[in-house]
Design a protein around this ligand. Structure first.
Ligand SMILES: Nc1ncnc2c1ncn2[C@@H]1O[C@H](COP(=O)(O)OP(=O)(O)O)[C@@H](O)[C@H]1O
Ligand SMILES: [Mg+2]
Length: 379
């Protein structure tokens, strides 16, 4: 019988929860995580949570860190943490398995992975928490993996009957074997402009909008640097509409917002994160009540289709000409900076940043206990 980590009644009444906050990570979105985590650390309720910061380097090394938030944001945390562990391994070392006081399971009560992209948002670290029996925030293994993989996500949305851009999945082997036949197919079935995306990535890294065959060939090559699986999509001339979900298996939604990207072509990395860029977030988005209803209906279907838990940001493309909504993607660990859509969409409903984090932790515990009861047959 699996032991429960904290008795259910203790949640809420417990003096301090050791909140393991994970940041950095091995993915191309390492820097994005550094930007997000600062706002989370600043916002958490210190009466209730004792933050235990665990930074993950780009090489994948886990380092316990007790320095400043500023040093996380400017990247210097890594050296500070490295020196600390060398000087005081008895205090700073993290042991993955076993029951030593240094073991991850004894260092934290709850895991909050503020990690984006591969190894953070794709089910892998969630699997580690499951195996270690550590309750954690956000989507589980399957829903994280499904949402992260743009091909599997599209197939899942298709079987849930959601409208989306036409798409062609492909991979390195196919591109090498029959690149020109593939490009002809793209031209015939999707046309230009088209979007070429690595299947497992985010923050527009490795993603291109292409308008002719030369650009298509270059975009495939670029995307292959990030993943062996690639998706090519019909380009929609669109407004970008997003909403924020909170809930286990069925979601409540925050406001609906619109992104007006600094780059008119598409919402690229610089328009997302570059200091001082001209991207605007309009909250609430200017939509009719009927359109809002449609977005929320589709968002609920999408969230349930991936079996979402905890939180997610659900993004839509709204055809500028027809007004039709297409699901674009679900981000199971959306950006969390002060300027990020997800926390702002909740603030619009009156929820503060600290309350939002509280709710995310609560939902993580709820799912953990529900699962644990099921496993022990102790309904
Ligand atoms: N099929 C599409 N039609 C029009 N624009 C698109 C399409 N797919 C992506 N985009 C643009 O590219 C941006 C990034 O694509 P997205 O699929 O959201 O990847 P990421 O996971 O990197 O955010 C979107 O925000 C949008 O501006
Ligand atoms: Mg996106």
């Amino acid at each position: 019988m699996a032991a429960t980590r904290l008795p259910e009644r203790d949640y809420g009444g417990r003096a301090m929860i050791k909140l393991g906050i994970f940041f950095g990570g091995k993915s191309g979105e390492h820097e994005v995580s550094l930007m997000s985590v600062g706002s989370v650390i600043r916002a958490i309720d210190r009466e209730k949570y004792q933050p235990v910061l665990i930074g993950i380097t780009k090489q994948g090394k886990w380092l316990l860190y007790d320095g400043t938030v500023e040093a996380i944001e400017d990247g210097s945390w890594e050296e500070i943490a490295q020196q600390a562990v060398e000087a005081h391994p008895e205090k700073y070392e993290i042991i993955m398995y076993g029951d030593s006081p240094l073991a991850l399971r004894n260092r934290i009560d709850f895991a909050l992975p503020i990690l984006h992209g591969p190894y953070g948002e794709d089910g892998t670290i969630q699997g580690l928490f499951e195996i270690m029996d550590i309750p954690y925030a956000g989507c589980g293994v399957l829903s994280s993996a499904v949402a992260m993989d743009k091909i599997v996500a599209r197939d899942t949305f298709a079987s849930a009957g959601l409208a989306q851009p036409k798409y062609i999945p492909t991979n390195r082997e196919e591109i090498q074997r029959e690149g020109s036949a593939l490009m002809e197919r793209v031209e015939k079935e999707l046309g230009y402009p088209a979007f070429v995306k690595p299947a497992n990535m985010g923050s527009s890294v490795g993603l291109s909008k292409v308008k002719n065959r030369r650009e298509l060939a270059a975009a495939l090559e670029l995307a292959l640097r990030y993943d062996r699986r690639i998706i090519i999509e019909e380009g929609i001339d669109c407004r970008e509409i997003e909403t924020a979900a909170l809930g286990n298996y069925s979601a409540e939604f925050g406001a609906i917002g619109e992104i007006i990207s600094a780059n008119e072509e598409f919402y690229d990395y610089d328009s997302k994160y570059k200091e001082g860029n001209q991207t605007k977030l309009c909250i609430p988005a200017s939509l009719t009540p009927g359109q809002e209803k449609e977005v929320l209906k589709m968002a609920q279907i999408a969230y349930q289709a991936i079996d979402g838990t905890g939180l997610a940001r659900i993004d839509f493309l709204m055809d500028k000409h027809t007004g039709k909504f297409y699901i674009n993607e679900i981000n199971t660990m959306p950006g969390f900076t002060k300027y990020s859509m997800f926390p702002l969409l909740w603030q619009e409903t009156g929820m503060t940043y600290a309350q939002l984090i509280e709710r995310i932790v609560e939902l993580g515990y709820e799912r953990y206990y529900a699962k644990n009861r099921r496993q022990t047959g102790n309904q």
